[in-house]
Write a protein that binds this ligand. Structure first.
Ligand code: B12
Length: 212
């Protein structure tokens, strides 16, 4: 792995927003793929932050400062990811389910799908079944992508999938987020589970029968 990715991850963990920004610029100047810098640098850093939170070395204030540092890098890198891409493969409505405000992972998945040529309609976070179903009616998406980071909101995910299928049986549903897995996805009749943003891109193509 490129040394710069490790430095970006370290700077996110160390809450050094200015360093994250500088290193993100450096990655672009060195011609590194921004998608990779996001996954292997920023996202990897946030995953480590999660481990520090779990082991009680970091608490919510640290998470917030790390998130801000990560977002500062994300803003720099994302502008280069979608630049010049032709949008034509299909529409994806994406959101974080009701009760959940974690949107870092959703934002990365959204960006990677955009970069792959999909049109994204972002419903944001804390999205109710009602809001998801209205979007399915107005936007007529090919895919609905649902994210959740908490075990306590997995029921919301199941409810939304049910509501979506009642509203439009053609829409393909993909789910993801840390507590979600293949078995859970199957149990709620979602069509695809992805572990990370790259898998989300592969899944979107598979669901629509598009070869990459
Ligand atoms: C950062 C963070 C926060 C930040 C969120 C900032 C933001 N804007 O998102 C802040 C500080 C605000 C926060 C708040 C809270 N948090 Co918090 N947080 C985290 C933390 C440390 C990291 C999450 C993250 O950003 N990961 C990095 C990203 C890149 O990874 P990701 O989200 O998993 O996304 C990737 C994949 O999952 C996948 N993916 C994601 N979505 C989708 C969707 C599809 C369709 C697909 C295919 C793939 C996919 O692709 C992504 C990119 O590769 C996690 C710990 C953890 N291990 O996850 C806890 C964690 C999620 N939080 C937790 C908790 C409890 C809370 C609070 C309740 C704390 C509190 N007491 O206030 C509040 C919740 C408020 C709410 N109602 O939502 C718990 C949840 C426990 C549970 N019940 O399951 C966790 C697991 C920490 C823990 N170990 O206890 N948190």
């Amino acid at each position: 792995m490129h040394e710069l990715y490790k430095q970006i991850a370290d700077a996110v963990v160390a809450m050094q927003k200015d360093d994250v920004k500088r290193l993100a610029e450096q990655a672009l100047n060195e011609g590194l793929p921004p998608e990779e810098a996001i996954e292997k640098g920023l996202a990897a850093g946030m995953t480590r932050v999660g481990e520090l939170f779990a082991s009680k070395e970091y608490f919510v204030p640290e998470l917030l400062v790390c998130s801000r540092a990560m977002n500062a890098g994300f803003d720099i890198l994302k502008s280069k990811v979608v630049e010049g891409k032709i949008i034509s493969k299909g529409t994806v409505v994406i959101g974080v389910v009701d009760g959940d405000y974690h949107d870092i992972g959703k934002n990365i998945v959204k960006l990677m799908l955009e970069a792959a040529g999909f049109r994204l309609v972002d419903l944001g976070r804390n999205v109710t079944a009602q809001k998801f179903t209205s979007a399915v009616i107005t936007e007529k998406p090919d895919i609905a992508a649902l994210s959740t980071l908490m075990t306590t909101t997995m029921d919301s995910m199941a409810d939304i999938v049910l509501a979506l299928q009642r509203e439009n049986s053609d829409v393909k549903i993909m789910v993801g987020g840390a507590p979600v897995n293949e078995d859970f996805a199957k149990s709620i009749d979602a069509h695809f589970y992805g572990d990370n943003a790259r898998e989300a891109v592969i899944g979107a193509h598979e669901l629509l029968g598009i070869t990459i």
